[in-house]
Design a binder for this molecule. Structure first.
Ligand code: FAD
Length: 325
């Protein structure tokens, strides 16, 4: 049964986020000869349209209104609903990003359909689209099917592999204009103050090096950055480290922080509380360094080093230097 699948594409810091391509890969699994359309807000850059087409979009709706260069929930919601009205999709897929976590429930409510959030796999079983999502802080998984005529789901970044670009493809760019309601314009963003972040985006990183309360101090925590630099990794933190002001809360991994799914997660001085594990247990390989052999983090680690991290960290850095030369 062919389907029309609508995919939200997100731009950040002047480039399309990888999750936009991962969601297109998910769309290709279920489209079954139908049509895939992407939605791009606040820019009509041809290079983005081309990149989305090369990853599977048959058409790209671009809404370039200046109101959309900055995320505002109700303005984005109304613009997206306009695209839904034009395209009449059977399925809507979005990356499970901060913006989408805010916007998707409002869109689902407006469309009066259910929303399956934070899914990590998508498959077709007996003509039904079946989504897998973690429950109980990642301790179990549930398979979900929507019975609505319009299926709406969000997909966790870094879970469905993006496919190689097919440069022979080109997509149709469809400019759309829209007029936000007065209600949507109640909120005006005057300025966005971004925290200066060192290096790679945590939620999309292939390698994450995280520190916990065991890092002992802000200065101790800074030592993680050298290891991260050698590995091309993003730096994360436990809430213990954030509460102790060793690291900024924007680095927090876990139930109330960011959910990461890197190929390699290295946890240093982190005990492995369930709330931390909820944010990283789907990492492909987990390495833990802890001086307590009974620390719960070792229960989920693929490799464990029992020792003082301030001894282990310089050895790891030295070994990486040797490997590089
Ligand atoms: P600790 O539990 O204090 O562990 C420090 C570890 O470092 C210990 O295992 C110790 O053996 C080891 N260590 C100490 N010194 C060294 C050394 N020199 N060398 C090697 N190892 C050393 N936590 C999160 O991380 N993310 C969340 O999103 C989150 N959300 C929460 C939500 C709720 C509602 C609640 C109640 C809690 C939440 N927490 C979260 C907090 C969580 O329960 C833990 O308190 C927190 O994860 C502990 O951080 P930690 O492992 O760094 O600290």
């Amino acid at each position: 049964m062919s389907r029309k699948v609508l995919v939200f594409a997100e731009e950040k810091n002047g480039k399309l986020r990888n999750v936009s391509f991962e969601v297109l890969a998910a769309a290709k699994k279920i489209v079954d000869g139908g049509e895939i359309a992407s939605v791009l807000f606040g820019t009509d850059a041809d290079e983005y349209v081309q990149a989305l087409a090369e990853h599977g979009a048959d058409k790209v709706f671009v809404v370039q209104d200046s109101l959309l260069t900055q995320y505002v929930t109700d303005v984005y919601k109304e613009a997206f609903l306009e695209v839904v009205n034009q395209f009449q999709p059977d399925v809507i897929l979005m990356g499970h990003t901060s913006i989408v976590r805010d916007m998707a429930p409002k869109i689902a409510a407006a469309l009066q359909v259910g929303l399956i959030t934070d899914t990590i796999a998508i498959e077709m079983i007996d003509e039904k689209i079946v989504f897998t999502r973690p429950i109980y802080a990642g301790k179990a998984f549930v398979k979900k099917v929507s019975n609505d005529s319009l299926v709406f789901a969000t997909i966790r970044p870094n879970n469905i592999a993006m496919e190689d670009a097919d440069s022979s493809r080109s997509g149709l760019k469809i400019p759309l204009s829209f007029t936000p309601s007065n209600n949507a314009l109640r909120v005006k963003v005057r300025d966005v103050l971004r925290k200066a972040s060192k290096g790679i985006d945590l939620s999309e990183a292939k390698i994450v090096v995280s520190g916990g309360r065991g890092m002992k101090s802000k200065e101790g925590f800074e030592k993680l950055y050298e290891l991260a630099d050698h590995l091309g990794a993003a730096v994360g933190a436990s809430r213990g480290a954030c509460d102790a002001e060793y690291a900024d809360y924007s680095l927090q991994v876990g139930q109330t922080g960011k959910v990461v799914t890197p190929d390699l997660y290295i946890a240093l001085g982190i005990s492995g509380a369930i709330q931390h594990v909820a944010g990283m247990s789907n990492s492909k390989v987990i390495v833990a360094v802890n001086k307590d052999p009974e620390a719960p983090i070792f229960q989920i680690a693929d490799y464990g080093i029992v020792g003082d991290l301030f001894d282990v960290l310089p050895i790891l850095v030295d070994e990486l230097k040797v490997l590089k030369n």
